[in-house]
Design a protein around this ligand. Structure first.
Ligand code: NAD
Length: 371
């Protein structure tokens, strides 16, 4: 077995260190029980880095993030750092990581575990068995396009401008991620834009069609206007497998999709960059939730979003599909025994701490590995 798989852990602030501590146990489990070794290093990001070094991310940590196979980040931020200038704030560390690693594809799965089907605000029949993936373009589009700004007009009014702009290569690289993902899932991609009213949307659709024709004809491709997709996500979300969309619509649709599952403590994400000459791609894995300062330091946080983020790393950075399956299945099995952290607590279930939830998942992994 190779010992060259490298991981940089960035626990960050608030509940970050608590949930990352539990992931370390999972990483150790793979070494002990499966002979899968990771070379693990740890660094500071966010408020803790500001406290130690006066910056939310040092150049050294940035360089480590660029050098490793995958970065696993928990969460940054907290009231202690809320009044710092924008470039010193904890979030600035996260934005620098995303920018310098050129992470252009954001993967947000929305999966409903059977045991948590009642946590959704939608009817159980609508969400039971739901397993979809939103692929959002992350480095282009209207959040970055030029010209942008606020200007004064001669008539005394003001004008705010943002520009939606996409070039062919930006559309192709994110669509490629979606097609590749679909091949490992149910083989369906729905591309979403507003090509009826936006030229950038029309180009998006044309380029997705061109790429599909050239390289991915085996994948089923459909198109849906973004407003219709927003409706269909709550009406009949199970019709989708992979949805690929731009930065702005992806921001909205991915948040909508994640709420179908009902709990923020359960949601992982991945952000991927380009594949280099060795076939490796830069990758950052992180839970969707923040640093939850309201419960930090009390062994109350749900570690599952962090565990599922590591499962995504196993899948997408290390191609360890069966190993990712074990971790995801262990989570599912433990939930079905009725154990719950506070955020997903339901009547009649047993409320447990962060560490007891992690203990139980590790025990379940033992069982699955010997089954
Ligand atoms: P949050 O996600 O931290 O918390 C929202 C609510 O969900 C809180 O009640 C919290 O206790 C609960 N929660 C979140 N994760 C949980 C978990 N794993 N287990 C149990 N409960 C959980 O969002 P917020 O309160 O808006 O922000 C808190 C801080 O986190 C802020 O400083 C914000 O800037 C930062 N933040 C960071 C990220 C990130 O690092 N990617 C994302 C969002 C917010």
């Amino acid at each position: 077995m190779s010992t060259k798989r490298s991981l940089l852990l960035l626990p960050g602030d608030g509940i970050g260190p608590e949930v990352m501590r539990q992931v370390r146990r999972v990483i150790d489990w793979y070494a002990r029980k499966r002979g899968i070794e990771f070379q693990v290093e740890e660094g500071l990001v966010g408020g803790c880095s500001y406290d130690a070094h006066g910056t939310p991310l040092t150049d050294e940590t940035m360089a480590r993030a660029l050098a490793v196979d995958a970065v696993l980040l928990a969460a940054v931020g907290g009231p202690k750092w809320d009044n710092l200038g924008f470039d010193k704030r904890p979030e600035a560390g996260l934005l620098r990581l995303r920018k310098e690693m050129e992470l252009f594809a954001n993967l947000r799965p929305a999966k409903v575990f059977d045991a948590l089907v009642d946590a959704s605000t939608l009817k159980p029949d609508v969400v039971r068995g739901l397993d979809i993936m939103i692929v959002r373009e992350l480095t282009g589009g209207i959040y970055f396009g030029e010209p942008r700004g606020i200007s004064d007009l001669p008539n005394g009014e003001r004008r705010g401008i943002n520009t939606q702009v996409y070039d062919t290569h930006e559309i192709h690289r994110v669509a490629r991620v979606a097609f590749e993902l679909a091949r490992k899932r149910s083989n369906k991609v729905c591309s979403s834009e507003k090509g009826n009213v936006m030229e950038s949307g029309l180009l998006w659709r044309q380029e997705v069609i061109a790429l599909h024709k050239a390289e991915y004809q085996d994948v089923e491709l459909s198109h849906m206007l973004a407003d219709a997709a927003a409706m269909q996500l709550v009406r009949n979300p199970k019709q989708f497998d992979v949805i690929v969309t731009d930065n702005l619509f992806g921001d909205i649709l991915s948040d909508e999709a994640s709420m179908l599952t009902g709990s923020i403590g359960m949601l992982p994400s991945a952000s991927l960059g380009a594949t280099d000459a060795d076939g490796k791609r830069k990758a950052l894995y992180e839970p969707v939730h923040g640093s939850a300062p309201d419960i930090a330091g009390r062994d109350l946080a749900n570690p599952i979003a962090m565990f599922l983020s590591f499962a995504m790393a196993l899948r997408w950075s290390f191609d360890l599909q069966a190993e990712a399956d074990i971790l995801e299945q262990a989570v599912e099995n433990v939930l079905s025994t009725g154990l719950r952290t506070g955020d997903i607590m339901q009547p009649g279930m047993a409320r447990v701490s962060t560490s007891v939830m992690a203990d139980s998942i590790l025990r379940e992994m033992d069982k699955l590995a010997t089954a």
